[in-house]
Design a protein around this ligand. Structure first.
Ligand code: FE
Length: 151
């Protein structure tokens, strides 16, 4: 077993063999921190899971018929009961695709595509990188980024 510790501007990580445990600092933006992390570690594909707590979150809903995205920001303290997602490469830049389930104070849940959220409390993530690059390409007809496994 091989371990190594890394520090970024608003995250710290411990790498155990090929897997990273990542802690995102209180009051940091999740997307900002995780984008910095994948850039610093040159992660170009893999799986992400996470839990924690946030003080605000912006979710996005895709409407296929119009190719429109409807975004909504929730300003309240919420538990992150799950973040699941992946890393790929779009236009030579790392792309995080994350979905989130949020628990409100009344124990009901919100869920959706995660645009951004601010950690308030803990932000605990596990990254499972793949040893290759997964490329996505924008499909203008559908309005979605799809994997292109030939690239
Ligand atoms: Fe999505």
């Amino acid at each position: 077993m091989e371990t190594e510790i890394f520090k970024g501007k608003n995250w710290t990580a411990k790498k155990v063999d090929t897997i990273y445990v990542v802690s995102v600092k209180d009051r940091s933006g999740i997307i900002d921190a995780l984008t910095d992390f994948v850039n610093e570690q040159k992660i170009q594909s893999g799986e992400i899971t996470g839990i924690g707590a946030v003080s605000e979150a912006t979710l996005r809903f895709f409407v296929p018929s119009t190719k429109n995205y409807v975004d909504k920001t929730f300003h309240e303290q919420m538990e992150v009961s799950n973040i699941s997602g992946n890393v790929s490469v779009l236009n030579d830049k790392p792309l995080l695709h994350l979905h989130i389930t949020l628990g409100r104070q009344d124990y009901t849940a919100l869920a959706g595509h995660l645009l951004d959220a601010k950690i308030r409390g803990a932000g605990e993530f596990i990254f499972y990188p793949l040893a290759t690059k997964m490329v996505k390409v924008r499909d203008e007809e559908v309005g979605i980024n799809f994997y292109d496994f030939e690239k």
